[in-house]
Write a protein that binds this ligand. Structure first.
Ligand code: BGC
Length: 753
């Protein structure tokens, strides 16, 4: 049925906070959208997007910061499936997630919602989440597209990023997920990219997303990201959220009538909204409007129990054991334990803002530990800001002094990090720092357990704590998961998805974050996270990929296929307990002529191994693993030459490496604009030129080489110099001969002998 212009305009603007317009006459239902990503935030009767309003209880899985530390795509896929099932039960058709923005600075207030500083890991994990969700007939919304790596001025700031950096760091996770999983929707971000708002960015929304990557779904705006709907639709946006926005609808109608907006652009966007609404499984629920019947929407008990169990499994895999001197962990069950820290009793399970879920239940670490061992508890601090910490610290110290072992829970309280603003430092609250120093002074057997969404500094207390557990934000089952790991019911298997620096000043974006005058310059370029630390050999407290467990693993027999397409390594569990290892593969590209990170993660696999067990792990490497974005050709290029393929325990701790030599792309024909270097590398002109310059001796003896001095000069420029210019016609002939394929072939054969 043909839609009227007004109906089309109505379709591309939300009809409510969480739904699109329904056009009953044409059989187009409303689309019901709700927040995620680590649980559903289905708000009855409209709502807000800041997590303030009540939402229907749903399983609160660990946020992305935790899930990413699992390095386990299969787990993320199962979480996606569970979210899909809950969405179906609640009549929701699209879940707003995952957030695949890169952790450019540890200060970003929303890092708890993002996976990693590494695009490869982010793409693999985010992709698995999308695959799981969409397998249940529920759409994902890949967000926030793109370069939305800070909260400061998030609605107005322009991320000033060069194209290579965008292509290699900030876009690949989106690209991979779009190409492999076809998310039903992509959400454009609030910010501008190189001056152009994401919502109005034709390059981003149409040329890259659709023309290059083949995106078939719908682009919706972040909530309130559209300034002006007409240029947004022209650029490739399909749905402005939230609505209703009478002004936007009227502006669209007027713009099509006046010819300012191509009618086809509106037709296309409206058709995409209509198509998605029709295919979405919950059209009936959508039709009934914003208000959901809580009776129908509540999770069934059996689903709730099964999903809580999955949340516990996910939390276990999210925990990263950073340090374990003298094998303090795992704890024996019989020993009396001091549990100190309010977070053990009142856990912080998720971050603040639009992703905040009302959990179906919450397990506390205090209850879970008390069920296993005799416990004495002290709060140590209060989560209320105005309480004097000293008496609580005093009480905690007394408890610690008379206990065999202390489990000390510290971290960032809710207000310290959230959507909407960034942090300004990496430190724990002063009261927590004082508590750590007081408790470790009286009890050297102290395990520090951290609660935080973004990375926190482990200074100056690191050395005083023999064991440190990074527990991130673990979702609703985090308490039991922690007890499982601390008492060794399950071995920890998390690995850092981001580096933990010694100092904020060491972070690569330090001088360029969060920018000024509504501009933030991504001055560190591609050198984000470990790409920077490894390249400049700057030590960090714990590198990307680090994580201990209760056993040890060894690698042997790394073999890389000649074409670099696969690598195989044998992993052996050399300890006495079962455990899970994360095999990490890094590639170092040749450095001539281009700045490349020292090494980059290109593949990984998680494997279970019994004590003494060995297994061959095969990792696949595609062309992209060896490519960089070449601005000269505006495309991906494999430079060729010798690459190092390495297997490591982290980005810093490399165990084995092998080399693979990939062919260099054929050089194009020589011209007068070719550089002397290209003449030197050419099989025909190279030897001739070297001889003519009589320079060979100088080069070998380490003296100043004329050829080295002029290597970067185009031939045309060299000919301007006195004494060379009269060679013009000879050079012309030389180029013609050199470009002759037969001559070139013969010279190449001679060169090989
Ligand atoms: C956030 C999105 C969220 C949306 C809807 C925005 O403020 O940036 O991530 O999905 O609100 O709540």
């Amino acid at each position: 049925m043909e839609l009227t212009l007004e109906e089309k305009a109505a379709l591309v603007v939300g009809a409510g906070f969480w739904r699109s317009a329904a056009i009953e006459r044409a059989g187009i239902p409303a689309l019901t959208i709700t927040d995620g990503p680590h649980g559903l935030r289905n708000q009855e009767g409209g709502g807000d997007h800041l997590g303030l309003g009540v939402s229907v209880p749903a399983t609160c899985f660990p946020p992305a910061t935790g899930l990413a530390s699992s390095w386990n795509p299969e787990l993320l896929e199962r979480v996606g499936v569970a979210l899909g099932d809950e969405a179906r039960e609640q009549g929701v058709s699209v879940v707003l997630g995952p957030g695949v923005n890169i952790k450019r600075s540890p200060l970003c207030g929303r890092n708890f919602e993002y996976f990693s500083e590494d695009p490869w890991l982010t793409g693999e994990l985010g992709g698995a989440w999308v695959r799981g969700l969409q397998s249940r007939g529920i759409g994902a919304s890949l967000k926030h597209f793109a370069a939305n790596s800070q909260e400061t001025d998030r609605m107005t700031v322009s991320a000033e990023v060069d194209e290579r950096t965008l292509r290699e760091i900030y876009l690949p996770a989106f690209e991979r997920i779009v190409i492999r999983e076809q998310p039903w929707t992509v959400m454009c971000s609030y910010n501008r990219i190189n001056g152009v708002a994401a919502a109005e960015n034709r390059w981003l929304l149409t040329e890259v997303l659709r023309d290059e990557w083949g995106f078939e779904g719908l682009v919706l705006s972040d909530w309130g990201a559209v300034d002006s709907i007409v240029p947004a639709i022209a650029a490739g946006l399909d749905l402005e959220m939230p609505g209703p926005q009478a002004q936007s609808t009227a502006a669209l109608v007027a713009a099509v009538r006046s010819g300012e907006l191509d009618a086809l652009a509106l037709d296309t966007a409206a058709a995409r909204v209509a198509r998605l609404a029709r295919v979405s499984t919950s059209s009936a629920a959508g039709d009934s409007g914003d208000r959901a019947d809580p009776g129908d929407r509540a999770q069934s008990r059996s689903t709730a129990a099964a999903h809580h169990q999955l949340a516990r499994e996910a939390a276990i895999e999210s925990i990263v054991l950073l340090r374990n001197e003298g094998d303090l962990l795992p704890l024996a069950t019989a020993q009396p334990i001091a549990v100190i820290g309010e977070f053990a009793r009142t856990p912080r399970i998720q971050g603040g803002g639009s992703s905040q879920v009302s959990p179906t239940r919450v397990d506390t670490a205090l209850d879970a530990i008390s069920a296993i061992a005799p416990v004495e508890f002290a709060a140590g601090y209060s989560l209320g800001r105005r309480v004097d910490p000293e008496p609580l610290i005093g009480e905690a110290v007394a408890v610690a002094a008379r206990s065999q072992t202390v489990l000390l829970f510290v971290g960032l309280p809710d207000g310290d990090e959230s959507e909407g603003y960034d942090r300004t430092h990496l430190n724990l609250p002063p009261a927590h720092l004082r508590l750590i120093s007081a408790v470790t002074a009286v009890n050297p057997r102290t395990v520090v357990i951290l609660t935080n969404g973004g990375v926190v500094s482990l200074e100056p207390w690191h050395d005083a704590a023999p064991a440190i557990v990074e527990a991130w934000l673990l979702g609703q089952a985090g308490g039991t998961a922690l007890a499982d790991v601390l008492f060794g019911r399950v071995a920890p298997s998390g690995r850092l998805a981001e580096s933990i620096p010694y100092r904020l000043q060491d972070t690569p974006s330090y001088l360029n974050f969060p920018g000024e005058n509504d501009e933030v310059r991504y001055g560190e370029g591609i050198f984000v996270g470990y790409r920077y630390y490894e390249s400049v050999e700057l030590p960090v407290r714990y590198p990307f990929g680090h994580g201990l467990t209760y056993t040890t693993f060894e690698y042997s027999q790394l073999q890389v296929a000649r074409d670099g397409s696969t690598a195989t390594v044998i992993v052996t569990n050399t300890g006495e307990r079962a455990g899970r290892d994360v095999v990490q593969l890094y590639v170092s590209a040749p450095t001539e002529g281009i700045a490349v990170p020292r090494r980059e993660l290109r593949a990984f696999a998680k494997v279970d191994l019994e004590p003494g067990e060995s297994r061959a792990v095969q990792l696949r490497l595609d062309r992209r693993a060896y490519s960089h974005w070449d601005t000269a050709i505006s495309g991906w290029r494999v430079k060729g030459g010798q690459y190092i393929v390495a297997v490591g325990r982290s980005a810093h701790d490399i165990a084995l490496s092998a080399t693979v030599t990939l062919p260099r792309p054929k050089a194009g024909p020589l011209t007068m604009d070719s550089r002397i270097q290209e003449f030197l590398e050419h099989p025909v002109t190279g030897p001739l030129l070297a001889r003519a310059a009589g320079d060979t001796a100088g080069r070998e003896e380490g003296g100043t080489s004329l050829l080295d001095m002029v290597a970067s000069m185009p031939m045309r420029r060299l000919l301007k110099f006195p004494g060379v210019g009269d060679q013009l016609s000879k050079i012309g002939v030389l180029i013609a001969v050199a470009n002759n394929p037969v001559v070139r072939g013969i010279a190449w054969l001679f060169g090989r002998r």
